[in-house]
Design a protein. Structure first.
Ligand code: GLP
Length: 242
């Protein structure tokens, strides 16, 4: 029986993570006439976006899809992922905002917004390279522990642990949304290639469970083991238990 190739792990420092990740994104951008990149928010991809900003590549034919978005923030809230992506990729890379897609958390029918998002990804030809971070509880995008491993884009309720981890971006814990829209694990697994970036000691346990533990809903990121084309870029602290 064929097994998917194990994730390819590289242990690098912060600057090296940025440039190695940027190389993978630039390769994906040049592999197809209309490439599609899945983008994560949060701290993990920051070195990548900084490295990309220095390359002045041509992004005109590319489309970009966010992994997830909060539900419950007013439009234009600085911590909504639509705004984070405007600050972190649209402006620094000079992208056309029409090419950067985020699931719409302001629709009355949120599941319809999720279904439309899946359709848009499919119409773009699928995601070629999906950039990912990992939550310290093993979440991937906002897929929290306990959900189906083949889930699709949907509304998810955030765990207390995730809300506490993201508290740093808000005035108080009460201001952190309780719900979100997220690409499902099944959606993520359909991307041609996955690129996981993990830094810091507080990711060590989750990274170990994701790469060395059983494939289980208890660690959503363990689905990486089911995909044959995964690159993991980690610093020494995040990789310390591997
Ligand atoms: C967040 C995001 C994820 C992100 C992960 C890790 O809550 N919704 O998409 O990849 O959790 O975040 P960070 O990189 O800030 O540690």
């Amino acid at each position: 029986m064929d097994h998917p190739a194990a994730p390819l792990l590289q242990i690098l420092d912060q600057a090296e993570i940025g440039s190695a990740a940027a190389r993978l994104v630039l390769d994906a951008l040049s592999a197809r006439p209309a490439p599609v990149i899945g983008v994560a928010t949060g701290s993990s991809p920051a070195p990548l976006y900084e490295a990309l900003a220095g390359t002045h590549a041509d992004y005109r034919n590319a489309a970009w899809f966010a992994l997830d978005e909060y539900v419950g923030l007013p439009p234009g809230h600085p911590e909504s992922y639509a705004e984070v992506l405007r600050r972190e990729i649209i402006e620094p890379l000079g992208l056309d905002p029409q090419t950067v897609h985020v699931p719409d958390p302001h629709r009355a029918d949120l599941q319809a917004a999720c279904d439309d998002y899946e359709r848009l990804i499919a119409e773009a030809g699928g995601i070629d390279l999906q950039i990912l971070g990992i939550g310290r509880n093993g979440h991937l995008a906002f897929n929290e522990p306990g959900g189906a491993l083949d889930s699709r884009t949907r509304v998810e309720v955030l765990t207390e642990d995730t809300r506490r981890a993201n508290r740093r971006f808000f005035d108080s814990l009460d201001s952190v949304p309780t719900r979100c829209l997220t690409q499902g694990l099944g959606t993520i697994l359909e991307a041609g290639q996955l690129l996981l970036i993990a830094q810091g000691e507080d990711k060590a346990q989750a990274l170990h469970a994701a790469l060395k533990g059983p494939v289980s809903p208890e660690c959503p990121a363990s689905v990486l083991q089911l995909h044959g084309r995964v690159a993991v870029l980690a610093d020494a602290a995040a990789a310390s238990l591997l």
